[in-house]
Design a binder for this molecule. Structure first.
Ligand code: SF4
Length: 178
């Protein structure tokens, strides 16, 4: 589920909660026919997907504006204090807790402080191409997400594809400038 970036940046911490293969979401309907019967998942709110190895949560301008409005923070101020620039694209900052643990800057205990307006990347977890590319990858995701288990309610294939498409749509406009 998590990817440790290959590069460093002196001013910011980074959050990568998506696999690099998620950067090219194409031909969604052809990606993983193995889960056409749906997959079992129900979020327990454990918050584990908001912490762990360092990584990114990419955001687009619309999402940034929503969060600004929610927090009552001016746009420029928000970009300065809550975002990091990674290879020309903006991501939510993270807080280094230990050597191998980084929390999303909006994680408060197990609670997301911007849950109601959280970015599409967060809304669509665990329905990311990297998690769905094979049964093995899905099992690896299940090892990190307690909401994925055989007793969880079955999420229909169509709903999973809808999430993938929403993510694809958001990715077209991930924010690239201040
Ligand atoms: S790790 Fe899974 S169960 Fe826990 S908060 Fe994230 S999506 Fe929900």
């Amino acid at each position: 589920m998590r990817f440790i970036p290959q590069f460093t940046e002196s001013f910011f911490y980074f959050q990568e909660k998506m696999h690099p293969s998620d950067s090219n979401i194409e031909k969604i309907d052809e990606i993983s026919p193995w889960y056409r019967g749906g997959l079992p998942f129900k979020c327990t709110g454990c918050g584990k997907c908001c912490t762990g190895a360092s990584g990114y949560v990419w955001v687009n301008e619309e999402e940034i504006k929503k969060i600004c409005q929610h927090l009552q923070v001016p746009f420029q101020e928000f970009c300065r204090d809550y975002l990091s620039l990674v290879e020309g694209q903006w991501t939510l900052r993270e807080m280094k807790i230990t050597e191998d643990r980084y929390d999303c800057i909006f994680l408060d205990g197990k609670r997301c402080m911007i849950y109601s307006i959280r970015p599409v990347q967060c809304q669509t977890f665990p329905w990311w191409p990297s998690n769905l590319q094979s049964e093995q990858r899905w099992q690896e995701t299940a090892n990190e997400c307690e909401g994925i288990h055989s007793q969880a309610p079955m999420v229909p294939f169509e709903q999973i594809q809808e999430s993938l498409k929403n993510l694809q749509q958001a990715r077209k406009s991930f924010y690239r400038g201040i």
